[in-house]
Design a protein around this ligand. Structure first.
Ligand code: PBG
Length: 337
């Protein structure tokens, strides 16, 4: 035994299990606590009335008409979920995705209706074109090549128009997700010009080209008709430093909050963004594939849904996420209550 008093003692003097034995002790030393107020529920809105159509690959999630969406938002508010992010499925899609920036677009209608019925609900809008274009890409496809080659600079003006139109409808936060270079700056300038300099932006800064978005593309009817999104979304095997560059650029262009997406397979990215950018609110998107996997296993009795979800969300929060976008928001609020 080493008797030098300056040497830290080891076992058996030190026993880390002492603080684990008693539930009250475990609680008092806990540093990561989930809170329903950190959660944002994604909702899908489609035309019609009284429509509540379950998404096959996402049991418990629905495409909702505006009236049903308002009902859903009210039931979220009742359990303490105070934020939603809206995705629109327009009646008609075209190469430019016109519904996305139309004053009478599906998301614009939804924003107005939710804000009118529930003024305290934080309404975030996803700013992107994949749900609105007939080819399913996140911007204008380069006519010359006809490939999955989204014309970056031609898309910026349209993204700005879309964001302004969401702001005019009453959105509280706009969230650009298209991974176009310069999109945050273009949107910021347009918002400022139109009198929305106060409107915050949550940028999907580090968004990876992920197979975990599979079920969402059914939910939002936004699967690309040809090609994939690897020409604009990030490479999962790319240098993690790229995520830091994306975040730094978005902050320089005026982003107020930063998102990492997906969440579970990218906890290292969340952690490194957290460590490099103190004081920046950080969000994680617990995406559709992460939801569907657990649902599928839970249905078969292979996993306990509640425990797995709470553990996963705890991991995201522990890795540095202040805010979590999750399809489980309502369940989690009930579980934590
Ligand atoms: C793009 C967008 C996507 C998701 C959120 N915003 C799809 C994509 O990039 O293909 C995915 C969310 C999820 O999988 O839950 N508008």
């Amino acid at each position: 035994m080493d008797n030098n008093p300056s040497t830290p003692a080891g076992f058996p003097t030190v026993r880390l299990r002492r603080l684990r034995q008693h539930p009250r002790l475990r609680e008092i030393v806990r540093t990561t606590r989930l809170d329903a107020r950190r959660l944002i529920q994604p909702l899908f809105v489609r035309p019609g009335r009284g429509v509540r159509q379950e998404i096959a690959a996402m049991p418990g999630q629905f495409q909702l008409s505006v009236d049903e969406l308002v009902r859903e938002a009210r039931s979220l508010a009742e359990v303490g979920i105070t934020g939603v992010i809206l995705f629109g499925i327009p009646a008609e899609k075209d190469p430019q995705g016109r519904d996305a920036y139309s004053d009478s677009g599906i998301v614009q209608q939804a924003v107005r209706a939710v804000k009118q019925s529930l003024p305290d609900m934080l309404v975030v809008t996803d700013v992107c074109f994949c749900e609105y274009t007939d080819h399913g890409h996140c911007g204008v496809v380069n006519e010359a090549t006809g490939r999955a080659d989204v014309d970056n600079d031609a898309t910026l003006g349209l993204l700005a128009r879309q964001a302004v139109s969401h702001a005019e409808a009453g959105a509280d936060v706009v969230a650009p997700s298209g991974m176009m270079d310069g999109m945050v700056g273009a949107i910021r300038r347009a918002l400022d010009e139109k009198g929305f300099s106060h409107l915050p932006m949550m940028s999907y800064a580090a968004k990876y080209a992920s197979a975990f978005y599979g079920p969402f593309r059914e939910a939002a009817e936004s699967a690309p008709a040809f090609g994939d999104r690897r020409g604009y979304q990030m490479d999962p095997a790319g240098d993690p430093g790229q995520a830091l560059r994306e975040v730094a650029l978005d902050l320089a262009e005026g982003a107020d909050m930063i998102m990492v997406k997906p969440a579970l397979a990218y906890l290292d990215i969340l952690r490194s963004v957290r460590d490099h950018f103190g004081g920046v609110p950080l969000a994680a998107y617990n995406v559709s594939g992460e939801y569907s996997m657990v649902k599928a296993a839970a249905t078969r009795g292979w996993l306990d849904e509640r425990s797995v979800v709470l553990e996963s969300l705890t991991a995201m929060h522990r890795a540095g996420a202040d805010v979590i976008l999750t399809y489980w928001s309502k369940d989690v609020a009930a579980w934590l209550a």
